[in-house]
Design a protein around this ligand. Structure first.
Ligand SMILES: [Ca+2]
Ligand SMILES: [Ca+2]
Ligand SMILES: [Ca+2]
Length: 307
């Protein structure tokens, strides 16, 4: 009950903040990029009320790098300057920026807006909790506070390491930050408790059966379950049980697409899911959604969000 109350409070903040968050884009103009067109659209996060979407966008195709160890390939359509996007053609891995879209009264999504926390380093993997946005810049986790009508200068968290720290998920109810890091030699899910606004407990890998020698990444908490991705699975996994601080009873999960599914976001009531679907054959990423049949518990055939 306590958790539910806090969650309700968070959504009230969301609802009040959304229009302001939208007006605070760096350039104040609609961006020319459109999801589901050439470009690398990834790291989707949808707010639990389904009204706000954060994602990263890069002008480079990373499939050749991920699948074949080649260098990322610039999408020919994106060689020209894009409005507001911080280009980085020296290091394509640093070409990404974060964008926000807000659901409009007519049910359509707004144009993507470049966030003012972006710069010429890689910006990705964001989520918003209350009036704070946690995200990755470079190889570290940062937080920016939405205050006085704008996103404040982002600050690096004390939990960062010289290794990769990515995909933060802050659980306001337990005041715990979850994220993925390869600081122990391979990607695992780590956690730290917030002790005060800017201080955190010593990072620890989460206990239980989630972390293995495979790559675990992309944590997302919803209704007492910890969702995450594990290399080798198409689809996600989740740990059902959280007892004595350990996450156990790990299950696989798929929404039945022919694609490589990852990066889930769930609605507050757990009846809708959004995720990234990688069409490896055609080298495309799609943002997809599915809803649960409350009677049968079955997920609907996923559809692309922005089609
Ligand atoms: Ca950037
Ligand atoms: Ca780091
Ligand atoms: Ca691991």
């Amino acid at each position: 009950m306590q958790i539910k109350k806090r969650a309700t409070l968070l959504f009230t903040i969301f609802a009040i903040s959304c229009p302001m968050m939208l007006t605070q884009s760096a350039q104040g103009e609609d961006h020319k990029i459109i999801p589901n067109t050439p470009g690398w659209y990834d790291s989707l996060w949808v707010s639990p009320d389904g009204q706000m979407m954060l994602f990263m966008y890069s002008r480079y195709n990373f499939f050749p790098a991920i699948l074949k160890g080649e260098t990322p390939k610039l999408y020919a359509e994106n060689s020209a300057a894009l409005n507001g996007h911080y280009r980085n053609d020296i290091n394509p891995w640093d070409d990404s920026d974060l964008y926000i879209m807000i659901k409009q009264d007519d049910g359509h999504w707004s144009a993507p807006h470049n966030l003012p926390t972006n710069d010429d380093k890689s910006d990705c993997c964001a989520m918003i909790a209350g009036n704070e946005m946690f995200f990755q810049k470079g190889t570290d986790i940062y937080v920016s506070e939405f205050k006085d009508g704008s996103w404040q200068e982002a600050k690096a968290l004390t939990i960062n390491s010289p290794h990769i720290d990515t995909n933060p998920h802050y659980d306001a109810a337990s005041q715990t930050l979850y994220w993925a890091s390869d600081r122990s030699g391979n990607y695992d899910i780590w956690q730290a408790e917030r002790l005060s606004r800017n201080t955190w407990s010593t990072p620890q890998p989460i206990k239980g059966k989630v972390n293995t020698k495979a790559k675990e990444d992309q944590p997302f908490l919803q209704d007492g379950k910890l969702y995450f991705s594990r290399d080798g699975y198409s689809g996600n996994a989740y740990a059902l049980s959280h007892k004595n601080g350990a996450w156990n009873k790990v299950s696989k999960q798929s929404f039945g697409t022919p694609y490589y599914e990852s990066e889930v976001s769930y609605s507050l009531d757990g009846q809708q899911v959004w995720f990234v679907a990688g069409d490896i054959k055609n080298e495309q990423l799609h943002f997809m959604t599915s809803t649960k049949n409350p009677q049968t518990g079955q997920w609907s055939t996923p559809v692309k969000i922005l089609d």
